[in-house]
Design a protein around this ligand. Structure first.
Ligand SMILES: Cc1cc2nc3c(=O)[nH]c(=O)nc-3n(C[C@H](O)[C@H](O)[C@H](O)COP(=O)(O)O)c2cc1C
Length: 202
């Protein structure tokens, strides 16, 4: 058994990116992974809803990959959600296309993990800040995985960035190969990003 993974990638300035350039290079050609670069496809924000819904139907696990911008996503990721997750497709009485599928977020954040605590600069954990996306997934009948988070991006040298990219690749391989039961990941007391990282060593 293996899961078909769809990576929905949103970065408005990939040419200036360090972290996502490395993450993308590590996963874009993985077997069983479809890489969907939203800013490349839709620089004018004219999202092809039929195409995107067909892709969603064809995959089991959706990974929303983007830099964390103002505690959220770049604008096109939100536009994609607003247009693609339609009533009658993703939710509502006849909107069952995503039921039983899984969603995960893969983000990079300038802030360190210690900044994303109640006593830290950002007051809230990443898991708390991602609640609107988590609830979006749940409303659509999807399971929600802990996020893959690359913290402290400004502090990462090339070597550390490459290690993050390798972890990301391993996490996607483990998820693709169903080396893990998603329920087990949500049942432990470790922090959410540690839980998904544990897959990199399976
Ligand atoms: C418009 C904008 C908003 C940002 N907002 C946040 C934020 O809310 N929290 C945070 O930790 N980092 C924030 N950052 C930092 C980015 O997340 C960081 O630069 C990015 O993840 C690095 O990845 P890259 O090298 O692929 O661009 C922001 C950066 C920009 C340009």
């Amino acid at each position: 058994m293996s899961r078909k993974i769809l990576v929905l990638f949103a970065h408005p300035a990939l040419q200036r990116s360090r972290v996502h350039k490395a993450l993308v290079a590590a996963v874009h050609d993985l077997e069983g992974v479809t890489f969907n670069d939203l800013y490349e496809l839709y620089p004018d924000f004219m999202v092809d809803v039929d195409r995107e819904q067909t892709l969603l139907r064809e995959h089991d696990l959706m990974v929303l990959q983007h830099p964390f911008y103002w505690y959220s996503s770049p604008a096109l990721m939100k536009e994609w959600m607003d247009l693609v997750l339609e009533h009658g497709f993703a939710y509502g009485r006849h909107g069952t296309a995503l039921v039983g599928k899984t969603m995960m977020v893969a983000i990079s954040a300038g802030g360190r993990e210690t900044a994303y605590r109640e006593e830290g600069l950002n007051h809230y954990t990443i898991a708390e800040l991602l609640r609107p996306v988590e609830q979006t997934a749940r409303l659509c009948g999807m399971s929600w995985l802990p996020p893959f988070v690359v913290h402290g991006t400004h502090l990462l040298d090339d070597h550390a960035t490459a290690r993050e990219a390798e972890d990301y690749r391993r996490v996607l391989i483990a998820l693709r190969d169903e080396a893990v039961d998603p329920a087990a990941l949500t049942a432990t007391t470790a922090s959410s990003s540690e839980r998904i990282r544990s897959l990199a060593s399976t």
